[in-house]
Each structure stands twice: as C-alpha cells, then as structure tokens.
Design a protein around this ligand. Structure first.
Ligand code: A2P
Length: 287
C-alpha cells in the first residue's frame, strides 16, 4: 500500500523528510551499501525505463554482474537485484528496469529524477560473465525483456572481443516499442569510435517481437527450433555446436528453463565462475 512508503523526494538531498542525510548514510554504512546520485533517467515506454547513477570510485565489477539497488523503506533499505548495463570501464552505472505499479520498489523507483539518491550494494555478483565460458568462435547472448541489460555490458567488454570472433545479441519482447536500446544496438554502437571498428562484420543484433507487427516475429526459442534464426543469420546448422558456439541466457524463469533444456539437448554444458562451460544463464531479476 502506497502509504507504507516514504515519498521518493525524501531521497532528495535537500528534502530528506524526517531523516537527515547522515542518518541515511549511516543506514547505508551498516548494510554495506553505497548511496549514489542519479544522473540520468530515460523512459522507453510506460512499462520500461533506464537510469544511471554516479559510479562509486571503489566499485569494481565484471561485465554481466549485478548489484542490489534500493530505496529507504521505513528504517531499512528495500533492495532488488539489477544487472549493470554499462561497461566496466564507464564512470557511471546504468540499469534497465520494468515499472511495476504494485511493485514495492519499482512503483517508487520509476518516479526517480536526476539528483535523487539510491542505495547500491558494494559487492557485484553473477554468473553471466565471460570467465564462466570456455573460449569459442561465436558468442550468442539471448535475452527477453530486461534480460538484455547484462549483455549491453558484456558487448562492450574488450575481453569479449578477444575471446570470440562473432557476437550475436537476440532480444525478444512482446511489442516493438519494448525493444529498448534498439537504436543503440543497430546504429550508435557502429558509429562509436572504438566499437564501430571492433564490431564491424562481427556483431549481429537480432530483435524479435511476439505480439505485434515486426519483421522478425515470434519467440526466439521457436525461431531457433524452426530454423528461421539459422536462416536469417546464414548459419549452416540449426543447432548450436558446443565446439564453436557459446551461449548466455537472461530472461524470465520460463524462458531460461526452456533455453537451458534446448541447449542441453544440443550438447551444451552450463558453466560457472570456477568451472567454465558452453552456456550460462541468469534470471532477469526485477519483473
Ligand atoms: P510471449 O509474448 O509469447 O509470451 P514477458 O514480458 O512475459 O517477460 O515476456 C517477454 C518476452 O519473452 C515475450 O515476448 C514473451 O513471449 C517471451 N517469452 C516468455 N516466455 C518465453 C519462453 N518460455 N520462451 C521463449 N520466449 C518467452
């Protein structure tokens, strides 16, 4: 219920309500959290938005990892896991989020404005990291919804380009408007001074839409099975080849399960931080 929550502007430095900034910082300190300023907010649709916070100087992370993000809720922080969408060399942290009207955190977070503050956990973790994959020829990053976020980070990691010759990102959403970052992946990254050259003829962005009109319609799982995906990408085989292909998966629980079953059926083995394999997966958290 809305009344349970402090209004968002209690996190503005100039309007902390009953709490002082030092009280909030003390709360952050005891929970091992940073307290970071929001520096950019972008609304894609009524249900999706992205935001950036200043990067804490001491925060190190590996591309593909996630942190906990949160707001003050009563006398405690309320936190949810968010994949970091920005590359590990950037001086800000970017996140991609759904807006859930009844969601305890996103119902408030979606109203954030530049100058607000959020909590960010100090210890990034996660399994969608390049180190959890063996070397291979092709890297497929397969996402639904906000599961795209970690791949935006992995795509811009120099290690990814050292380890793989070809990189594919697929993004499946219900309606075309939900293809957040489409312009970035289709155009901007190719115009980038560094990545334009690095990704030339090596990177494919493959969006699919399941409920509206679009040139590539349907769930990615179905397009892989039917052979449409292989045909569109001019791949010689309808199946993933564990010798050359490595896959990262991030989406809803049902999607992850279905992808994992297909990948295992293709002879792929799940990788972990200390034991690299040919695929890795993680649930897109907030949703
Ligand atoms: P669909 O519209 O056919 O359900 P959601 O918004 O529910 O998280 O879904 C995001 C996208 O992921 C939608 O396009 C949805 O397709 C797709 N999706 C959901 N479950 C699966 C699954 N098990 N396999 C493949 N795609 C899925």
């Amino acid at each position: 219920m809305a009344e349970e929550f402090e209004p968002i502007d209690t996190l503005l430095p100039q309007a902390l309500g009953s709490a002082t900034l030092s009280e909030i910082e003390a709360m952050a300190g005891t929970k091992k959290l940073y307290f970071q300023k929001v520096i950019w907010v972008h609304h894609w649709t009524q249900g999706l938005f992205s935001f950036r916070v200043e990067r804490p100087r001491s925060l190190r992370f590996r591309s593909g990892e996630f942190v906990m993000i949160g707001l003050k809720h009563g006398d405690k922080p309320l936190l949810r896991a968010y994949s970091i969408a920005s590359p590990s060399w950037e001086d800000h942290l970017e996140f991609f989020s759904v807006k859930v009207r009844e969601g305890p955190l996103t119902s408030r977070l979606q109203h954030m404005q530049v100058g607000n503050y959020v909590f960010v956990s100090k210890k990034p973790v996660g399994t969608l990291i390049i180190d959890a994959l063996k070397s291979g020829k092709r890297l497929f990053m397969v996402a639904t919804g906000t599961g795209l976020a970690p791949f935006l980070s992995v795509l811009r990691d120099p290690e990814t380009h050292e380890k793989f010759e070809e990189i594919v990102i697929t993004h499946t959403v219900r309606e075309q408007e939900e293809l957040a970052y489409r312009n970035f992946l289709e155009t901007e990254i190719h115009d980038d001074e560094i990545f334009g050259e690095l990704l030339k003829d090596r990177f494919t962005y493959y969006p699919t839409v399941t409920r509206g009109e679009f040139q590539t319609r349907g769930r990615i799982t179905n397009r892989i099975r039917s052979g449409d995906f292989a045909a569109d990408l001019h791949l010689t085989n309808n199946r993933f080849d564990p010798e050359t292909d490595h896959v990262m998966v991030c989406g809803s629980m049902a999607f992850n399960k279905e992808m994992a079953a297909m990948l295992e059926e293709h002879g792929m083995v799940e990788g972990h931080n200390n034991n690299p394999g040919t695929y890795v997966l993680e649930r897109a958290f907030v949703g």
